[in-house]
Structure formats: structure tokens, C-alpha cells
Design a protein around this ligand. Sequence first.
Ligand code: SF4
Length: 332
Amino acid sequence: MEACLIVTYRCNAKCYMCNTWQHPSNWHEEFSPELVDKLPEGLSFINITGGEPFLRADIGEIVARALPKTKRLVISSNGYFTDRTIRIFERFGNKIGIRVSIEGLPAANDELRGIKDGFDHGLRTLTTLHGMGIADIGFGMTVSNRNAGDLIELYRLANAMGLEFATATTHNSFYFHTTANRYDDSEAVARAFERVAVELLKTGRPKNWFRAYFNMGLARKARGQKRALPCEVGTDMFFVDPAGNVLPCNGSDEPMIMGNLHEQEFADIWQGPGAEAIRRRVAGCPKQCWMIGSAAPAMRKRIAVPARWVLKNKLRLLLNKKKPHCLDPIGE
Ligand code: SF4
């Protein structure tokens, strides 16, 4: 099982696709590091996100308490607070990872994220961590028609720097406080994801081949098609919001609250009737999100489905090296 801890709704950026910064949490109402002790043991992955997690002065304590609960821990950040980030990595080293959100090349990034010199700060954070020998680091890019043209360039930049490259696309939900994300040219966005999928599939890393499948799922999302695999959040993964609420996801129009860790133990929430009722809502949910938090567990659970697609399309690339490549759609 995986978890995503939203440690704050405070943010120093003003991203075009997310209005969370206009609805910050009060720092004194955000859950304390001690609440992390209530998470279940044996998680396969914890993502710490926000808002901007490094705005929390006690982020180190949150990480320290979350680490024993999980095999892997990655922080999502806009990368602005280089010094604070470095201090955390000096303390935890390669026990943790980071994805820095970069929405495009410098001018586009700073405009889309509403943060002066954001690209410079993000890049400095990443290069410093790289220099420290931190392995699990990379870019995260949220793609829409406003920055789809930069996608392949950023992928190549990440590659040249030896960094991971995570992609996402815009969603509308309570978490983002918006219903206004639209694609003016959904086909251009979908094709940008497909192009990256081809590049990922050409590499020699199996991890990248499955990322290619994930990017094909993003292309489906951009085209308004159904998810390629069923969504089982609330079973495979959960979120904790800054108030301590346990939720299945951050993609719904209204928060689907299973319970609150200030009032209940995790097991009582997870096995309680409220959680069951929410799992039934998830089973009938029409939203068709395709975010890594809900897609990765679904891909792992039905690994044969992406594996078959990878095998078929990888072989095709190997056999037709000189032709322009067109991958099979997924989820057909
Ligand atoms: S599709 Fe899944 S992740 Fe999206 S809102 Fe529905 S239940 Fe949540």
C-alpha cells in the first residue's frame, strides 16, 4: 500500500493550474510530526507533498517519522528553498528522494508557476543534490497545451543530467481548487506525451518502459478518454491532508473523508464503514484521473497488462529502428 502525505496547503508558488496557494492551511492547524506515527507499517511508498513541503519548519521530523513506515520516500517540491532542501538531504542522504516541479524552460516555467527565478532555484536544488550523490532525484512536469512544446526538451535535459523525469497533466479537483483546467489543443498535448513515451521506450531501463505506458495513459487523459486501468484508490493507496483527514485520493470534486487520524486509529478508519462506503464511491467514480498516485498502484496490480504493451512496442521499436514510431494506444 502507498500513502501521500499532504503536509501543508501553504505554497510560495502561484501555479496557473492550481489555486491551492489561495487557500493555505494555517500552520498551527497542520498535523504534527507525531501524527505520522499513526500510519500503518510496511508501506511500499510515501510521497510527501503540499503546498510546498519545505515551508514546514518541522519537515525533517515528519520525514524521520515516516521513513521507518516505508520502503521508499519521495518529497514533491517546487525546489525554491535550496538551503532547506539541502539540510534535509544532509540529514537523510539517499534514504529519501525528491521530484522538483519544473513546468518548462526558464521563461515558461517562471510564468506558469508564478514564481520569479523559480527555474533557477529548482535547477540549483537539483544540481546541488546531484553533486551530493543523491540518486533518487528528478524533474516533475505538469503538462497542458501551455507547455506541451517544452516537454521533450525537458525530458532530454533531465536525461543529459542523469535525472529522473516524472510527468503529469492538469486535473480539476478540490485539492487544486479549480474546475478551469482545459486543453485548448488536447491532441497536441496527447502527442507530446506519446513522443516522450517513444523516447522512454527506446532506453535500456525497464523502469522507463513502464513510464512510457504511464505517459500513454496521460495521452488518453488529454484526449478525454477513460482510464486504461481501474482506479482503486482507498484500497491500494490513501492520502492524509494537513488536518489529519484520511482520503482515498486528491482527484475528487469534494474531499472523500474516510476518517481523521486525530480522532481514530488508522486501522479503525481503514476497516470502518465510512471507508467501505467511500470505496464504493471510488468504484463508481466517473472522473478518470490519471495521476501517478492512482495509476502506479493500478499498473503494479495488473502488471501483465502494461508488461504486454511494453513487450510488443519495445520489439516493434527494435525491429523498425529507422522508421518514425507510432506506439499502440493503451486501454483499448
Ligand atoms: S478517478 Fe480515482 S483518483 Fe480520480 S477522483 Fe475518482 S476515485 Fe479519485
